[in-house]
Design a protein around this ligand. Structure first.
Ligand SMILES: [Zn+2]
Length: 788
């Protein structure tokens, strides 16, 4: 199975068209030259504008510069293919041409290393690869390989998407990608510390280099990619071990896209016996890469995924099957980073192409609607970062010109490839597979046939008309395969007015020709989905749509800052976060036994539950904008269940368990000098070097009272010390050291009790003396001390 040509596919769904149009308008409002500003400066060339962009693209403070430019290239190239309007295509192409020729100029005239095209100096790479870099030399680029991956991916997308549209721009883009790929290859030969490289977010650097290899057939690009394969992690996942707890989700997901691309790239190498003879390990290990990607996907979707298809809390995976705890007892405003779903969709699509398994398509539909479409404001076209799952939240969208978040970058990509996975085509079987049900027209030109699909999404009615493109010419038959969605328990199916029997649960397949008419009625039903760790914590779906409650517009624009320049929605806790079952017994199914579907002026439909005391209207979450909403509700009369579930839970106020030198630490306002991060036993830590110190600020969300600060240390650090001071209204200073204990686990927990009497955040500082390094700090957790 592979993707069809998007030039032959026309979207007719009004919501998808609006989403696409907003994104095109946004792309056209951005200035390619301003993005090039830092690229020129880095190459010692005079920039063509007086200034660059700010936000994550800034250079004066911690930044991610270059990343958005890479997304911009990809999105422009996709929009050119998808837009179908010559005038708009020309405007988009002009921007893309400016961007690519700017980069070509930089490549030709730079005094830096051959092939190095970047918005920051190479010293930023030195830093993450384990070289000593002086403070004043630093570039403040947190995750340089991540940013470079986006640029390389943008060049490859430009080459692929423009191949039939503008040969010259397509050729230049490949030249740039090729040179950069060789730069990476040469740089990797000198890499001092591979483990260090792999700990710092690098996007899909392995996947992107395998894509490049796929285009160039240059083994050096393949080799360069392998440096970014985290084989130890792949082995763990290939053994079905869920080692995801506390890993940064958006760092981890693309690694497995890379694993899968590695597996696919071996196909190409099979023709190169000489290379394989030199590297026999490639064939030996090949299946591990596939298994790793397959198992990773299963683990994420089964044990770490909310009803919308989203995952993570504060950008991290946590313990398996703990979604209730993560959404309600950790910071609920930071669940489900949108980038993660963009990457899970990429992985799902590729896994489907390799394995043919339908479960990837079912997940694709759920996530495409409820995590991607849900993230864009239907009037402004701006996009979300986190998507809260609890009750009382609002949606917060990026500002267009001074933020440039990761999720805005992946967002402009998602909304310029909305039609990409509607169909797949299998050449050998001459089969067209319809995956997503949105109104569209597709021209199968080789067959002289077109498919006009009209979908009434309010009720789930689909009709497909097959017609000849040129009626006077012969047509060629084609097999049409329709995905039967996993949420549709029964469906009415007709072809040319004849009722159709279903061949199996997954697909309906028939040979079709000019004049055929297929009609389907999916019959939506209300379904309930509970969290693994709390059967009384539930969300609802109706057909493919996740529902959310309609709660009103109170403080609709309120937000608070998070991480680096990120803004997140707020929770109005005045809204009731439970539903009261009229039946006294606990049974989530009772919730959906009796309900009404109502028509709505601004949503596909609204639903009212008849078996609960509350009169709350639910409607599709993806359409929830300009109002507060709730997705997961607690069920009252199931309080006993809740109590049982919470019995052994301590109430955590805040925790820090990932020392990434990135968003995780900067969310807590990291300040440091002479300290470093590292990894041991699969966990990250920060450690003060002799004379060094570091500190974090923890926001306890207006909590006052007794707290317990729990520090996680390593039992091997018995001879090291860590000075710790907790600065609240009074300062507690302690010198702590792990105590040697005989446990299987390497961790030692040290607890410090304190009292907080003001609403101010608490700062906790760590330091060591001038003669020795501190003990390594693997985690900080602050808990409420509750005395019953
Ligand atoms: Zn993101």
């Amino acid at each position: 199975m592979h993707n069809i040509s998007l030039q032959d596919l026309y979207l007719n769904d009004s919501e998808l068209l609006t989403a696409q149009q907003h994104t095109v308008d946004y792309l056209l409002s951005l200035d390619a030259k301003r993005f090039l500003y830092e690229f020129y400066r880095t190459a010692n060339l005079t920039p063509i504008t007086s200034e660059g962009y700010q936000g994550w693209e800034r250079s004066n403070e911690i930044n991610f510069r270059g990343h958005f430019f890479g997304h911009f290239l990809t999105a422009l190239s996709q929009a050119i293919v998808e837009s179908h309007q010559t005038e708009i295509q020309n405007e988009l192409l002009e921007k893309l041409t400016t961007a690519i020729s700017g980069l070509s100029y930089v490549l030709a005239n730079s005094e830096g290393s051959p092939g190095y095209i970047s918005a920051f100096r190479e010293i930023a790479l030195d830093e993450v690869e384990g070289y000593e870099v002086n403070q004043e030399e630093r570039e403040n680029v947190l995750v340089p390989w991540y940013n470079l991956d986006k640029v390389l991916a943008g060049l490859i997308a430009t080459h692929v998407n423009l191949a039939d549209i503008d040969h010259e721009v397509a050729r230049q883009a490949l030249d740039l990608a090729n040179s950069f790929g060789l730069y990476v290859y040469h740089r990797m030969q000198l890499l001092p510390n591979r483990n260090q490289l792999l700990t710092i977010e690098y996007g899909a650097m392995n996947a992107t280099l395998y894509d490049l290899f796929n285009l160039t057939n240059d083994n050096r690009h393949f080799k360069a990619a392998t440096y970014f394969d985290e084989f130890e992690l792949f082995e763990e996942l290939s053994n079905d071990q869920d080692v995801l707890a506390e890993k940064h989700a958006n760092t981890t997901i693309p690694k497995f896209l890379g694993a899968l691309k590695h597996y696919q790239a071996i196909d190409k190498l099979l023709g190169d016996e000489a290379y394989l003879a030199l590297n026999p390990i490639l064939l030996e290990n090949r299946e591990i890469y596939l298994k790793a990607a397959v198992n990773f996907w299963d683990i994420v979707v089964e044990s770490h995924t909310y009803v919308t298809g989203g995952n993570s809390q504060s950008e991290h995976f946590h313990q398996a099957n703990q979604l209730y705890y993560d959404a309600e007892n950790r910071q609920g405003d930071c669940t489900c980073e949108t980038c993660n779903t963009y990457n899970m969709l990429r992985l799902s699509k590729e896994l489907f192409k390799v394995t043919g398994e339908k479960k990837y398509l079912d997940y694709f539909e759920r996530t495409y609607i409820n995590a991607i479409l849900s993230s864009q404001h239907p009037e402004t076209g701006m996009m979300m970062y986190f998507q809260p799952m609890g009750v009382g939240y609002n949606k917060i969208y990026n500002r267009p010109f001074d933020e440039f978040w990761c999720c805005t970058g992946t967002g402009i990509e998602s909304f310029t490839k909305l039609s990409e996975s509607i169909y797949f085509y299998d050449n050998e079987a001459n089969t067209l597979l319809m995956n997503l049900y949105f109104s569209n027209t597709y021209y199968a030109r080789e067959h002289n046939l077109y498919f006009e699909t009209v979908v009434d999404r309010t009720v789930g009615k689909v009709s497909i008309n097959v017609k000849a493109i040129e009626s006077e010419k012969p047509t060629k038959m084609i097999n049409l395969k329709l995905r039967l969605p996993n949420w549709a328990e029964q469906q009415d199916f007709e072809m040319n007015d004849q009722k159709q029997a279903m061949q199996n649960e997954d697909y309906w397949l028939a040979t079709v020709m000019d004049g055929d008419v297929i009609k389907m009625n999916w019959q939506y039903k209300l379904a309930v989905s509970a969290a693994h760790d709390n059967p009384a914590y539930v969300a609802f779906t109706y057909g493919p749509y996740v529902l959310s409650s309609r709660l009103g517009k109170e403080n609709i624009d309120a937000y608070h800052p998070n991480g680096i320049l990120v803004r997140v929605g707020t929770q109005e806790t005045t809204y009731q976060d439970y539903l009261t079952l009229k039946k006294k017994s606990f049974c989530p199914e009772a919730l959906i036994e009796d309900y009404q579907v109502l028509s709505s002026p601004d949503r596909l439909f609204e639903i009212e539950l008849n078996n609960v005391d509350e009169q709350i209207k639910f409607a599709p979450y993806y359409q929830a904008h300009n109002e507060r909403y709730g997705i997961y509700y607690k069920i009252r009369h199931a309080q006993e269940m809740l109590a049982v579930n919470n019995e052994n839970r301590t109430v955590s106020l805040v925790d820090l368990s990932l020392f990434d030198g990135n968003n995780s630490e900067y969310t807590h306002h990291l300040e440091q000098h002479k300290s470093e991060i590292g990894v041991a036993e699969g966990k990250t830590y920060r450690q003060a070097n002799p004379g060094g110190a570091f500190s974090y600020r923890f926001d306890l969300k207006r909590y006052t009272g007794a707290i317990k600060v729990i520090l996680t240390l390593h039992k091997e650090d018995v001879d090291s010390k860590l000075n710790c001071s907790i600065k609240g209204d009074t300062t507690i200073a302690q010198i702590i050291a792990p105590i040697a204990i005989e446990t299987k686990e390497p961790w030692v927990k040290v607890e410090i009790e304190a009292t907080v009497t003001t609403n101010e955040p608490v700062r906790i500082s760590f330091s060591t003396d001038a003669s020795s390094s501190s003990a390594r700090l693997f985690g900080v957790e602050i808990q409420k001390v509750t005395h019953e």
